[in-house]
Ligand binder design. Structure first.
Ligand code: ADP
Ligand code: ASP
Ligand code: MG
Length: 412
């Protein structure tokens, strides 16, 4: 008998019929003699709707109340799924984050999990019930409801699996596993049988939302085997595992994109010590997470600084940048929120030269202008106009030989 954690995302619990399907799957696992803890997301679109409601009420919603509101989506799903499981003659008990003892810090809207009261879940499992847990939510020390950031149910699931020392954490979603690129963007994307935690971390941080990055961090830290698979059929998905357990060695293992970015440029800044900190310290203090930064070579004692941040942070960033512009007597500020960061990722890039030049040539052949470049040992990212997202992803995916041969043949 194993202890299995199963997480079902928004599409998988999108309506009553799909919730019934999930219940059948859970009960089947239970009937095979396993203990089952299920983590669920809000029904598809529900969280977006709640976020829109909060924004309709206030342009800058109070973070504590935002969390009280957006955490309600998951509470509906745990009740409905538990009812569906009961309907199949199986015992199930729903638990909110608070009931589970999912304790987090107080950083509302993006809280971090501190610890989980595994004893409460174990007692319910020992009583013969399936435990149905609301993902994405916890409570801080003072009992305030917190949420874990968009996509946070993945993290709830892997953290619960780690706390219970579960045999596997199954992430059921609307695609068949982790692909070489978003299969909804690149039709020839190929499913990977295995991917290392490190590569998955990089892909998740660069926009592959199939797993939230913090879920992968938990998985790596506690050695939780993660199996990303389809909620619509029983086929094998992708295993996220230690690097030595990955058979396939590719220089580039994936192409990712992140549309959730905006670009800000501060022109004509005096080129002198302390300027970068004058700009980036207040941004960081305001909670703006800055991503790519480029500073030009100075000309006649002046330079330009360009950076990207999350699109949702742009309205908070601009007044700060404008204030710094005035203080430094810089020439001007511009911003653009129709950009995308496209990246190629691969642990194999450490030992291979020429990936960057190839990437730039491919984009140039497609007539795509590169606005910014950012590299590390295992990834190269470029910022391009948002309208080129699909073209850039497809061209790079094909150029680096990632295409699924069967899918390519079918397409011809
Ligand atoms: P869930 O609601 O199940 O959590 P998400 O929408 O959060 O599902 O994540 C699954 C989506 O991630 C897929 O529908 C797919 O469009 C997207 N995705 C992006 N990159 C990848 C990738 N490399 N492999 C698989 N899916 C990806
Ligand atoms: N419902 C939350 C969201 O849409 C959490 C999750 O689905 O993982 O972001
Ligand atoms: Mg998700």
């Amino acid at each position: 008998m194993a202890l299995i954690v199963q997480k079902f995302g928004g599409t998988s619990v999108g309506d009553v019929e799909r919730i019934r399907n999930v219940a059948r799957r859970v009960v089947k696992t239970r009937e095979q003699g396993h203990d089952v803890v299920v983590i669920v997301s809000a029904m598809g679109g529900e969280t977006d709707g709640l976020v829109a409601l909060a924004r309709a009420m206030s342009s800058d919603p109070d973070p504590r109340e935002y969390d009280v509101l957006v955490s309600t989506g998951e509470q509906k799903t745990i009740a409905l799924l538990s009812m569906a499981i009961h309907g199949l003659g199986c015992s199930a008990r729903s638990m909110t984050g608070a009931q589970l003892g999912m304790r987090t810090d107080s950083d509302h809207t993006r809280a971090r999990i501190l610890d989980i009261d595994a004893a409460r879940v174990r007692a319910t499992l020992d009583g013969g019930s399936v435990v149905v847990v609301a993902g994405f939510q916890g409570t801080d020390e003072a009992g305030n409801i917190t949420t874990l950031g968009r996509g946070g149910s993945d993290t709830s699931a892997v953290a619960v699996a780690a706390a219970l020392e579960a045999d596997v954490c199954e992430i059921y979603t609307d695609v068949d596993g982790v692909f070489t690129a978003d299969p909804h963007m690149v039709p020839t994307a190929r499913k990977l049988a295995r991917i290392s935690y490190d590569e998955m971390l990089e892909m998740a941080s660069l926009g592959a939302k199939v797993l939230q990055i913090r879920a992968v961090k938990f998985g790596k830290r506690y050695g939780v085997p993660i199996h990303v698979r389809s909620s619509f059929h029983e086929g094998e998905g992708t295993w996220v595992v230690q690097e030595e357990d990955v058979m396939e060695r590719l220089v580039v293992s994936g192409v990712t994109y992140n549309r959730d970015e905006a670009k800000v440029t501060l022109f004509g800044v005096p080129d002198q010590p302390g300027v970068a900190s004058r700009l980036f310290v207040p941004l960081s203090e305001a909670g703006v997470v800055v991503d790519v930064i480029v500073q030009n070579v100075s000309s006649q004692g002046h330079t330009d600084i360009t950076f990207t941040c999350a699109r949702g942070d742009l309205n908070r960033a601009l007044p700060i940048v404008e204030k710094v512009r005035a203080e430094l007597d810089a020439a001007g500020v511009t911003s653009d929120d129709s950009i995308t960061k496209v990246s190629v990722v691969g642990l194999g890039m450490k030992d291979h030269a020429g990936v960057a030049s190839r990437m730039f040539r491919v984009l140039s052949d497609e007539g795509i202008n590169i606005q910014m470049i950012n590299t590390s040992e295992i990834k190269i990212s470029v910022v391009v106009g948002e309208r080129y997202t699909e073209l850039a992803c497809r061209a790079l995916h094909d150029a680096f030989g990632l295409a699924d041969q069967d899918a390519t043949e079918e397409a011809h």
